[in-house]
Design a protein around this ligand. Sequence first.
Ligand code: GLC
Length: 721
Amino acid sequence: MTDQPLIDLLKKLTLEEKIGQLLQLAAPFFEGTGTDGQITGPMASMGITEDIVKHTGSVLGLSGAKETIAAQQAHMKKNRLGIPLLVMADIIHGYKTIFPVPLAIGCSWDMEAAERSAEIAAAEASAAGVHVTFSPMVDLVRDPRWGRVMETTGEDAYLNGEFARAFVRGYQGKDLKHDLTRLAACVKHFAAYGAGEGGRDYNTVDMSERQMREYYLPAYQAALDEGAELVMTAFNTVDGIPAAGNKRLMRDLLRQEWGFQGVVISDWGAVKEMIPHGVAADEAEAACKAMLAGVDIEMMTTCYENHLKELVESGEIEEALIDEAVLRILQLKQKLGLFDRPFRGADPDRERDIVMSAEHRQAAREIATKSCVLLKNDSVLPLNREQKVAVIGPFAQNGDILGPWSWLGSKDETVQLIDGLKSKTDASRILTAEGSGIETVTEEQLEEALRTARHADVIVLALGEHSDMSGEAGSRADIRLPQAQLKLTARLKAAGKPMVAVLFNGRPLDLHGIYDVADAVLEAWYPGTEGGAAVADLLYGDRNPSGRLTMSFPFAVGQVPVYYNHFNTGRPQGVPDAQVRYVSQYLDIPNEPLYPFGYGLGYTTFGYSNPAISSGVMTVDQPLTVTVHVTNTGSVAGEEVVQLYVRDLSGEVVRPVKELKDFRKIKLQPGETQEVSFQLTEEQLRYHHADLAFASDAGKFSVFVGANSRDVQELEFRLDK
Ligand code: GLC
């Protein structure tokens, strides 16, 4: 469809009405919403008048079929030309049926499951009248002190890109205009929000353009390549300029180089925050810089509303720039079919029928069983149904297992760990004691827990971080579990029973006091609405753990940032001729993480044959094939994530000691062997050179195959060009 009707509509708008389309306000500002919506940022007193609201182009944090229909009806009556609102919200890992947090979904290494979770989230949210989700968040992370690592899929650019694609496919489907069960996806936070210094939220990001292009940008590009309709700017600086005012980042890279023609929306307040950043003296300058940089929608601040008109009248801003931004917003409304169907998928009956349906809950349970990672198991798992189990710890039944971005997820409708375990065996075999709070503990609690434990055959500890210890503005400098829980764990050791620690948390933790005390450790993350059922499925062996870490667990926070695809340095540890001291090391802890990228256990074991390579030489036209035979050497069926890594032994710039290039998640029956083959091409060896050229180098390479980034077998080959 041509844009002519939209251009004709644009021409009818006054400058005030155009500027109104560039504003996004939270739900409370709109008539008929009935709720306070989802407030996810500082709500300043904004001086919003009725006149401003009626020109506004979009609303955030509103949902509910009835509410969105009422708000849209009321708005279109007030808007002179009846332009419908875009309804946007944070549907990050589920709408009301909450899936595991994205870092957990990442550990499933299952793109179909990720896509399905997004598809269900879109089905529920679209029936509730939402049009756009502020998801996927694809910020690469290497620092578990940052609270928002739970919202990403981890530390690898390639894997994050594959998940970004899967989420966009799930949200948008193939025909966004006519498939009313889908949402437009908004990829965020552009760019490199996960690289904040010190792991402190909103903090300075400063890296070379090459580093950014190599590691931090690919997943955004993958989401856009998959068709994501919107981009959200990050709060942080990129090379000294806040993203929301960064022309090089948005007009030159995003628009010019990548050809993105969709809508750019600021993160909450990011336009106005250019003032405290110190690159804008006032709101007028912030508005000017954001518009010149290419922010179309200003979320929840009014720099555009209050100053764009005068900036146009003074000639500082061409009205044409505003027209471009408004046209992109009208195009998005057109793509969503809002001019024909302003209520889009909002349907109270459908909402009632599908939201939290048994089918959706089952899907949430399924992906949660795939997302948990078994980190340790000294022959205590799986449990058997005859055992008396003492379930002890603050997360046994506190419902806080949905995570910090679960918005409409309801703790009351969440399957708690205690419920899950009781559904597996006679309730009389499940003993409970709180043991401790999340951050507090009393002697009475400890004593009661010990007494309870003494009556059991096995202890299941339910530990973790409350969801406010994770998520936005949830950075922690000490990434151990709270002392109260470590004290509980240590005290229960005295019971002399096998101890399983189940962790409900949003980041890789320093697990001292847990991994060295418990006999088994299951990382459950925030597993969502069916979390307790899924964990029980795994603890009793009805499902076999198959999750693999997509973010390294540090040995201690002093190691951070610690990630698998690091550089070797000129003085790596373990080099035979290096004098022991003068190598890159810590005097007090190892360099290696406690649990590496790609790591995870299950209830069976797998054997790998020696890998074979089709040739020692690769050319541009002649890819290689790497083959390995994997055997289930245990007694139960299980899934293995066979991983392929590469190392460029002599790059123009230093290259990582390993880079994930492919993987296969395979299921094997006991005794079964499967041949796994990977094709390796010259394209997969390309990287950004010093001059930013993206190319491969002739020369020697290693290729690694194995069960994680540490336990691999190595082969060599040469690229001839
Ligand atoms: C928040 C978050 C962003 C979210 C937005 C709207 O500040 O940074 O991820 O989408 O506001 O709620």
